[in-house]
Design a protein around this ligand. Structure first.
Ligand code: COA
Length: 180
């Protein structure tokens, strides 16, 4: 899917989940994402309604992860539906984006974002995502990648809240019209 020589992005396999859990633990300690560490990190990373999930691998190590989900929380979906003019089944939610602290600012986050968003577009879904307002590295990445702000919502994450989030829209898929 993406191969820079040293780093390769490929679909996540069941056998990767243990290493993805370790990655999520490190990123949580470093950046506070995910905001609350769930008891079951495997289920957090591999949600039943996922459309797809990918890993970035370097020298056999998993150094990045992203997923594409059918939905996010109700408030996020309502805002994304209003902003795109599309119903939830025509949206694809990019989620669970993490890059190892030792592998940052090398374009891996951007490449993972693009892989998930491209899959959404291939499936006729407009890519969207939600990000906690204090997760600045993510926000900077989405802005740099040309994603646009749809608005802000207040949500509960892992049963804890209120938490403020921004909702972003990916570049509109070519076949979809943006509402006037
Ligand atoms: C967000 C994250 C995935 C970015 O991964 P990354 O591999 O470092 O990102 P990239 O190298 O592809 O960055 C691409 C561009 O995004 C912007 N960007 C990314 N991280 C940034 C930061 N910390 N500060 C400012 N700009 C940043 C820059 O424009 C960057 O280009 P540049 O390096 O040429 O300036 C990573 O920082 C991370 O895992 N953060 C913690 C988890 C998290 O918050 N995930 C998002 C949850 S929704």
């Amino acid at each position: 899917l993406w191969d820079s020589g040293a780093v390769r992005i490929r679909e996540r396999a069941e056998a990767d989940l243990g290493r993805c859990v370790e990655l999520a633990r490190v990123v949580h300690e470093t950046d506070g994402y995910p905001v609350y560490l769930p008891d079951d990190l495997r289920s957090f990373l591999a949600v039943p309604h996922a459309i797809g999930a990918w890993v970035a691998e370097r020298a056999g190590d998993v150094i990045g992860h992203v997923a594409l989900h059918q939905r996010s929380s109700a408030a996020v979906m309502a805002l994304a539906e209003a902003a795109t003019g599309l119903p939830a089944p025509r949206l694809g939610v990019v989620a669970r984006l993490l890059v190892a602290p030792t592998a940052r600012r090398a374009g891996i986050g951007r490449a993972l974002l693009d892989v998930a968003a491209d899959r959404a577009v291939q499936l006729g879904r407009w890519p969207v995502l939600d990000v906690v307002t204090r997760h600045e590295s993510g926000i900077k990445l989405y802005e740099a990648a040309g994603w646009s702000h749809a608005g802000q919502v207040t949500v509960t994450l892992g049963g804890v809240g209120p938490i403020e989030e921004l909702v972003f829209l990916g570049p509109p898929p070519p076949q979809m019209q943006s509402p006037a």
